[in-house]
Design a protein around this ligand. Structure first.
Ligand SMILES: CC(=O)N[C@H]1[C@@H](OP(=O)(O)OP(=O)(O)OC[C@H]2O[C@@H](n3ccc(=O)[nH]c3=O)[C@H](O)[C@@H]2O)O[C@H](CO)[C@@H](O)[C@@H]1O[C@H](C)C(=O)N[C@@H](C)C(=O)N[C@H](CCC(=O)O)C(=O)O
Ligand SMILES: Nc1ncnc2c1ncn2[C@@H]1O[C@H](COP(=O)(O)OP(=O)(O)OP(=O)(O)O)[C@@H](O)[C@H]1O
Ligand SMILES: N[C@H](CCC[C@H](N)C(=O)O)C(=O)O
Ligand SMILES: [Mg+2]
Length: 485
């Protein structure tokens, strides 16, 4: 595509060089540049893309999108804009010919439940013979190929390229997780969302957003980008605020919940180890729902899924059957089978709210002791650590605090932060840094009727120590321990 076309509708500060030049690719990472690539210089949190102009040039880039004033290079084109991160999303959508406008993109945001909701939606839409693209924490599926994700929501350039591939692969729709980082960092600008779903807002990522209000405002951005419908959890305090801001927009707004009046409301709820059942009270209809995934959060997540299905015109029997037959979500309240009479559950709870929910859910069907194993990630929100410590200790009979992904932080510092929330007079906790040893001890000491809840890493098959990803899988580790009993 010609540079002129890529820049259509884009406000520039200055331009120098040939604007009629052909661009074969766009990249924001100099390491991925090839001949004919346009290189976009982002001022990051760690580094500055402007520092890599020379290396991008050496790899064949002759066109640069910059924010700073930079020295000219002979034979090169420089386009200066006010904010390259913002412009990058527009450029990416132009370069990929606005693929998100060509199918139905459903965006899900909120602290917890995004992966669960997109997974359920994907299953149901597929069972309705739709070709579905998926973008989220666990994987990206472009209608043809599946790759493991390295973020929840990709950078705008990658995102638009994925949408384009989905269109080429004839996807009808895309179920996508929209993280607050992505909304704040313009990754989903120039994306046309048909439906936006809000799950809940509880403390997380305050290292990045600083206040809960900023965090909520970031999430709210999604609901100003949607063209067909917004679907909001009205029982959630954050949801209530967002609803009050968006209810009068042109985009239709539906609410869901249990406690308050809502367009999609669950009543007669029963939850046990086999799953949840409830009566769905939709606009003008009632339906019995069963989902073989335990926990009140499953009720909320599936209400959101049902509301989206109704907006998409999916027949009621299709989603009722789809939910009844769901295979669950990898690493979300997933049971590791064994014949020892112990419930071993792997869950991705990595926020105070999620940990509280899963422990309460596990308690409901635990006849003996509830033993939890958890930690907190490094280089992430440290405010949630003492809260998780307090919740983990209070709601478990015994808890083992261990490493999650320490990343570049000192594991001792992370665990000290968690310990700050503990009642150290109660001797029902233990610290075992090595996650494998922690899981081993929890399972080996469990008796028939006990539950061992291993929280925080869910589907992850790695542990990040420093900057190195080591193979580590909670489910695999638990299975090995069980086999050795
Ligand atoms: C805070 C944050 O989100 N940071 C993201 C941001 O990094 P950054 O702006 O700091 O980039 P940087 O490292 O300073 O580099 C600046 C620029 O120089 C470029 N560069 C750098 C080195 C080089 O040799 N050549 C080169 O061109 C980089 O590609 C970049 O364009 O832009 C990068 C490129 O897109 C992201 O990889 C990076 O995500 C980091 C790794 C990250 O950990 N993000 C997490 C917090 C995140 O986004 N999480 C949410 C999930 C939250 C949830 O759901 O719970 C997510 O959506 O995944
Ligand atoms: N609706 C919900 N409300 C509260 N907790 C939930 C909800 N749904 C799931 N959880 C809990 O949160 C954990 C993470 O769920 P899920 O992976 O669906 O969330 P997510 O929003 O995708 O998280 P991430 O931000 O890491 O991508 C689950 O393992 C479960 O413990
Ligand atoms: N999407 C979340 C994942 C957290 C998972 C947990 N295992 C950790 O490493 O903190 C984040 O980036 O904060
Ligand atoms: Mg997720």
């Amino acid at each position: 595509m010609k540079l002129n076309d890529i820049l259509k509708g884009i406000e520039t500060v200055s331009v120098s060089g040939d604007m009629n030049v052909e661009i074969s690719d766009i990249q924001y990472d100099s390491r991925k540049v090839e001949e004919g690539t346009m290189f976009i210089c982002i001022k990051g949190f760690v580094s500055d893309g402007h520092k890599y102009i020379k290396s991008a040039y050496e790899k064949g880039a002759r066109v640069f999108l910059v924010q700073d004033e930079v020295d000219d290079i002979e034979g090169c084109t420089f386009v200066q804009v006010a904010d390259t991160r913002k412009t990058m999303a527009e450029v990416a959508a132009n370069f990929c010919e606005h693929p998100s406008e060509k199918f139905e993109v459903i965006g899900v945001t909120g602290t917890n439940g995004k992966t669960s909701i997109t997974t359920f939606l994907n299953e149901i839409l597929r069972s309705d013979n739709k070709k579905v693209g998926l973008i989220g924490t666990i994987k990206i599926f472009d209608g043809d190929n599946e790759v493991v994700s390295n973020s929840t929501t990709p950078e705008s350039v990658d995102l638009q390229k994925i949408f384009k591939k989905m269109i080429e692969n004839r996807c009808d729709c895309c179920a996508m997780e929209v993280s607050s980082h992505s909304l704040e960092l313009n990754r989903v600008d120039s994306t046309d969302f048909k439906i936006g779903i809000f799950t809940n807002l509880t403390p997380d990522h305050l290292d990045f957003h600083k206040t809960l209000e900023n965090y909520r405002n970031a999430k709210e951005k999604l609901f100003h980008k949607t063209s067909e419908a917004n679907i909001i959890n009205i029982d959630d305090c954050g949801g209530e605020v967002i609803y009050s801001h968006i209810k009068n927009l042109d985009t239709k707004c539906y609410t869901y919940g249990i406690e308050k009046e809502a367009d999609f409301r669950a009543t007669d709820i029963h939850s046990d180890a086999s799953g949840v059942s409830y009566t769905l009270n939709g606009p003008g209809f009632e339906e019995k729902i069963f989902v073989p995934v335990p926990g009140m959060f499953t009720v909320y997540n599936t209400l959101a899924v049902i509301a989206a299905c109704e907006v998409l015109g999916i027949e009621r029997r299709v989603y009722v059957e789809g939910l009844k037959n769901t295979g669950g979500v990898s690493g979300r309240f997933e049971t590791v089978p064994n014949d020892k009479g112990i419930s071993v559950i792997v869950d991705y709870a990595h926020t105070p709210d999620a940990l509280e929910n899963v422990l309460n859910t596990a308690r409901e069907f635990t006849k003996g002791n509830l033993i939890s194993v958890f930690g907190c990630g490094g280089d992430r929100d440290s405010e949630k650590r003492p809260l998780m410590g307090e919740i983990g200790q209070r709601l478990s009979d015994r808890c083992i605090i261990t490493n999650d992904n320490p990343r570049t932080e000192n594991p001792e510092k992370i665990i000290d932060d968690i310990k700050a929330g503990l009642d150290i007079e109660r001797h029902n906790y233990e610290i075992i840094y090595d996650r494998k040893e922690a899981i081993e001890k929890a399972i080996k000491n469990a008796c028939e009727g006990d539950t061992v809840l291993i929280a925080g890493k869910g589907h992850e098959n790695y542990q990040i120590i420093g900057t190195v990803k080591h193979h580590f899988d909670d489910k695999e580790t638990a299975r090995e321990v069980i086999d050795s009993l």
